[in-house]
Design a protein. Sequence first.
Lengths: 351, 301
Amino acid sequence: MPVRHPRGEAACLNKAMLRFLLTRVSLVVPTFIGMTLLAFFLIRLVPGDPIETMAGERGIDAARHDALLREYGLDRPVLVQYGIYIGRVLHGDLGKSMITQAPVLREFFALFPATIELALCAILFALIVGIPAGIIAAVNRNSLFDHGVMGVSLTGYSMPIFWWGLLLILLFSVQLGWTPVSGRIDVRYYIEPVTGFLTIDALLSGEKGAFKSAVSHLVLPTIVLGTQPLAIIARMTRSAMLEVLGEDYIRTARAKGLSSLRVVALHALRNALIPVITVIGLQVGVLFTGAILTETIFSWPGVGKWLIEAINRRDYPVLQGGVLLLGVIVMAVNLLVDVTYGIINPRIRRS
Amino acid sequence: MTSEATLVAPAPANAPRGPLREFWGYFSANHGAVAGLIFIVAVVLTAVFANVLAPYPPDLTNNAVFLKPPAWQAGGAWAYPLGTDAIGRDILSRLIFGARLSLLIGVAVVAMAIVTGIVLGMIAGFFRGAVEIAIMRLMDIILTLPSLLLAIVIVAILGPGIMNAMLAVAVVVLPHYVRLTRAAVITETSKDYVTAARAGGATKLRLMFSEVLPNCSAPLIVQASLGVSTAILDAAALGFLGLGAQPPASEWGTMLADAREFVLRAWWVVTFPGLMILLTVLAFNLFGDGLRDALDPKLKR
């Protein structure tokens, strides 16, 4: 064991930190390989011949069928197909859509900002409402507010969001006429994409009413997509906070005569946020899942709707590429969460 | 019987209560949990006695009553209390029979996921090293893909249908149980009582199942209660997308899919199936919450 003096310990910590970061980052590689395998083989196993599916009911003659098989490389052994596939993926080539003939990567990134805009608004909505609600509920345990937060949170968590979306459309769009039923912006406006976020682009364009239109299209999908994360975050913040508030060091802090606010904000919150951050990381998957349903209901032109359409059309390259790209994005966020977790919780770093 | 007599006899004030009575004492103090339990029991009874309770068979169509509104609305009739759908089937009867499918889905999915999850999580948490990495990588891959998308891909391979939908949902929710178990095991094994048990010569299997598992069961129970809801919701979402239970099955999500195109002229065909999903899932969540509060020794006084 090295002799411990203050400076040595700091250096030791930094080294441990670096090792933790390197280990965590190196683990990304097998996950990535696993994902490509999953994306590739799962979709190969789907019953039905893609060429015949493309040809539709008219059928296709044998020579043309073979030519198309060769063109898409579908006649080669599966392992060779996988090798070719992963080589192309590493060069950023995810193939072309069988329907539109456009590169998958280009289609994805043309639609992705719409999904991100929606997902960011949803998670912001969930965090801004959920964390304070959870903290206040925990601190005032068993108060009317606590029961209210828990009731709303449980209802939100239990909500089938495809039904919730239909109900909101029934109420706000059909009955009250406050918000539009579908799309991102009124057809009257043509907004030059700059950031890809239509609300920001609409502001930049300076067109009158464009921003208002974009926001009014965004409100219902944001609420629908944000409902489950909001419920989970509020619930998790509350229960983590309750757990921490029962710990000995909180009792000690209180016994020292520190103010309630100081105990909650400084001592409890830091430790309570650890499980909450993990939960927020897990929400990225929930958000993309929700996006599939939300985008389908509101005809929101994002990647979720695009992927469902690809599944219905058996557009293999789009499915493969889309699943892989979404997977990589969620993986990156998970990595970020784990690293943050390591930074705020030194015990994990050392293990 | 003497043992029952002692149970019923009023206990002296300072005698310790039995664990089951103590549990019920805490549980019944939570009104939400009791309400959830009552609703679950009601749904279970409805499912069991669907044949007796439903006024019509779930698939019986009646050409005379397309899209009839609920009884209390103009044009409604008490013969069809909640109205009829687009091909004249009684919505109430379909909801009653739908309880069977939804409960089956919820319970079967959680049972599959929790058993597999505990075993994998225990192995990962105890043995660490390469085994842990392999298990957690696999779980990461499953978690990394948006759950519904993965479920859709699995169902697309296996073919649409209720069994395949259940299997797909079980695979998709598995990582949560594995992660929870592993995290709880790692936290618990660093505590003194485990060290003490280990020093006392407890075997690894004993450590895993009789020392650590009881102490990390609380988060698992919370997760399982939420898991029934997730299972019902995800299976309903698959049904809604046409990949779960197939028509004419009276599964609630599939009913919503059938009803979607009539949303603007017949609110009842959309509202009631969704409401049943919401209430059932809510009941399981309330029940699970009550279970958590009653089981968690930290929250006890």
